[in-house]
Design a protein around this ligand. Structure first.
Ligand SMILES: Nc1nc2c(ncn2[C@@H]2O[C@H](COP(=O)(O)OP(=O)(O)OP(=O)(O)O)[C@@H](O)[C@H]2O)c(=O)[nH]1
Length: 400
């Protein structure tokens, strides 16, 4: 089959669009799968942040307040000032509030809440120790004050240790939680990679399949089912292809041959439609065998064919048409197991742009020449614009 490219550039863009459009829904699926795969990791990270904000932040606040509370009684031994007393009372209240807030924050964590309660009880002792310590100082009983100071420091250490336990427990939990988040992220990455590979494979194969299907449909829409030759639609495209190129009009030169089977109706009437179809196939086959790769040939309709010969003037096209005419009249067509028939064809030749640079008019010129060939007895080639002479006897379909 003679082949040529139909509107190569626009076809390429069309196929590219098919590939992109096929990949689009797959990309959407990929984004969705990636999002779903990552969702648990996002959720777990969010939970971790909540733990940090709800548990660790108030705990750190309390630890800071406790450090503040440790200072005033110590300073009081040295300065004996009211400021330290007032500061201790103030910071003591802050520690109380911080403890209350912490207990509220840990109300759903019974194990830690227990430790916090122990710490709070110790804190109450610490506060009392602090006040006692300062009262000893007021009475200049420094021995008792020093002993109370040691007790105060020891008890405050108990509070700090308890709170540190809670802190460490929470941090261990967070580290474990973080490991889970990393595992979820790894899983998410794996699923996303798998989805990506699957998407790519489906997308590529999908678009290859669609492109092939599209090409095959396009091929079907461009070809005549009976003879396999190009059809009239393909012929229009070829005309546009040839005349659209940017080269000068002279260099676009081509010849057009219109050809029609002689007395085809009588072939059908005499031998049946099936034999008529066989004749059309044989004609198409003979024509194909006489063409070069750059030539274009189509079934123009019914029993009419068209040939376009690029870069060829019409007198050369006439010689080629004549060779075709002879080849066709010499090729047997099987009418039955015992019988072969022969047919002839008439030809009209025109040249672009010499006879016309307009597609419809050029076909009309070739058609006029063909009509003349029929008029002159058929089985001959007439070139548009040349004086035709009857060279060949007319021929009808007949028996071998
Ligand atoms: N078997 C078959 N016949 C077809 C097909 N397409 C058109 N025809 C027939 O081709 C015949 C054309 O007949 P006409 O237009 O009268 O021309 P003709 O008999 O060839 O006579 P001239 O062209 O004047 O030599 C008609 O009988 C159509 O039915 C086809 O696909 N298969």
């Amino acid at each position: 089959m003679v082949s040529f490219k139909i509107s190569g550039f626009s076809s390429r863009i069309k196929y590219l669009l098919i590939v992109i459009l096929t990949l689009l829904p797959f990309s959407a699926v990929l984004i969705f799968v990636g999002f779903i795969a990552y969702l648990p990791a996002f959720q777990a990270m969010d939970d971790m942040n909540k733990v940090v904000m709800k548990e660790l932040v108030p705990l750190s606040e309390l630890q800071r307040s406790l450090l503040n509370a440790a200072m005033p009684p110590n300073d009081y031994i040295i300065h004996k000032g009211d400021d330290e007393k007032q500061l201790f009372a103030k910071v003591g209240k802050e520690v109380d509030v911080a403890f209350l807030q912490l207990q509220a924050a840990y109300k759903d964590r019974p194990d830690k809440l227990e430790t916090i309660k122990v710490a709070y009880t110790s804190w109450l002792h610490v506060f009392k120790d602090g006040q006692t310590l300062m009262s000893y100082v007021d009475h200049s009983d420094y021995d008792s004050a020093n002993k109370a100071m040691e007790k105060f420091d020891a008890n405050i250490q108990v509070v700090v240790d308890n709170l540190n336990q809670v802190h460490e427990k929470t941090q261990v939990e967070l580290i474990r939680h973080n490991a889970q988040v990393v595992a979820m992220e790894d899983k998410g990455i794996l699923i996303t990679i798998l989805a990506f590979v699957t998407t790519l494979i489906f997308g590529i194969f999908g678009s290859i399949w669609l492109t092939k299907r599209n090409k095959s449909l396009e091929n079907q829409s461009m070809h005549d089912q009976l003879t396999g030759a190009f059809n009239r639609h393909a012929c229009d495209e070829k005309f546009q292809d040839l005349t659209r190129t940017t080269v000068s009009l002279e260099r676009k030169l081509f010849s057009l041959i219109m050809m029609d089977i002689d007395y085809f109706k009588s072939v059908n009437d005499t031998y049946g439609h099936q034999v008529g179809d066989e004749a059309l196939k044989v004609v198409a086959h003979v024509i194909e065998n006489h063409l070069r790769g750059s030539d274009f040939f189509a079934r123009f309709g019914g029993e009419e064919f068209i040939i376009i010969i690029p870069g060829t003037e019409k007198h050369f096209a006439k010689e080629m048409a004549d060779r075709l005419r002879i080849a066709i009249m010499e090729t047997p067509i099987k009418a039955s197991d015992e019988e072969n028939i022969y047919i002839t064809m008439s030809f009209g030749v025109a040249e672009f742009p010499l006879d016309s640079s307009n597609q419809t008019k050029l076909i009309d010129c070739a058609d006029q020449a063909l009509y003349k060939a029929k008029e002159m007895g058929r089985n001959q080639v007439v070139v548009y614009g040349e004086r035709a002479k009857a060279e060949q006897p007319s021929a009808i379909a007949g028996e071998e």
